[in-house]
Design a protein around this ligand. Sequence first.
Ligand SMILES: [Zn+2]
Length: 388
Amino acid sequence: MTIKNIFSPEYPTSFDDIGSDIRVGIMLMEDKEYYFLLGKNTDGKYSIPVTSNILEYGVPVYGKCDSGNSLCDLIGSIEETYGVSTGEDVIEDLKELLENIEANHKGNASALDTAQYALKLFQDYCTYGHGDLFTNPQRDPKYNKQCLIVLPLLAEILNGLKEKGKEYNFKNCMKLFNRMKASQKSIAAFANDIMFYNNNKYPRATYGNADLTINDYPSTDYAGITRIFDNPWIDNYDGEDDRSIGDLFLADSFDDLVSFFVNKYLTNGLHFYLCPNCYRYFAFTSDTKTKYCTRPILVANKANDIGKTCREVGRLRNRTRKIFGIDANKLYQQNYAKAFYRKNKGEISEDAFAVWGTAARKQRDLCLEGAISYQDLEEWFDKNRLVD
Ligand SMILES: [Zn+2]
């Protein structure tokens, strides 16, 4: 069999290439979550229908992330954070993506064209993390939207296009999208009330005692198939053969997928922290020391921080974590505009303005480099108000 790359624009070349009853498969191993896109072969067995050899192509058909990241990506940053999507942004972005695919389908494109187009666009959500094996070297990390949990939408689109061809109307896709949107609230409540370490040290007990008729937390009950699955790549990853075989879970619905994670987080004794860089939750076990998540940074004040993870940058700059939350440049520009206005009005001299401007830029750059914190910069502007 020729190994093909699901995400290359000319693949799949026919709907036979992608199998039937395509689903998202989940495998949890150690502190990682693996997402696969699987379909039934002609012999009725689930396998990776459209497969790629990671080592050969550098583009995985699946995504990998650390525990908790995929579920919490759906609720986004819980504080307004520079360059990071809030829950509303996540939904807006997804909506746009689906409208795009639907518009393509309503045009002259064949069902297969639309399938290829959808695969291409969803790639932004699939390639994930850092490390050569799981990152597509051709993709700019800043386009990676990091939300693996939206993959059931792709599975629905591929199934719909395969079954109904040009007649596929995206109704089920929009239903699923609305279900995702509606679930944000209960996932956020679960994250905040049950899992967030600062609020609650005993997730299992608290969840167990919660009245689910009053509290809108996701259920821990789920339906779906679990089977032993031989992951052909994990052994390539770290050279340990025994890690390549694991339980693969195929959820029956999006709610089942959420419940599966909720169930596993609770039974595996995880907690959530809020990453001080991106203000998104991530999971950890109680003996974990780190306070930062492993999501790649997509937008940063410093170009060379893009593509690094919050953890890498957080360690370097824990003194200046606010640098990613609030734009130091913006603060500089606001103060500069005020000073400029006063100079024009003749309240301050040209010379004083020039001296102040040079010093202000220096402080801003120190902040951008991480040498001083955002608060330090604010203080500097407070103390260095221009007087005559
Ligand atoms: Zn983070």
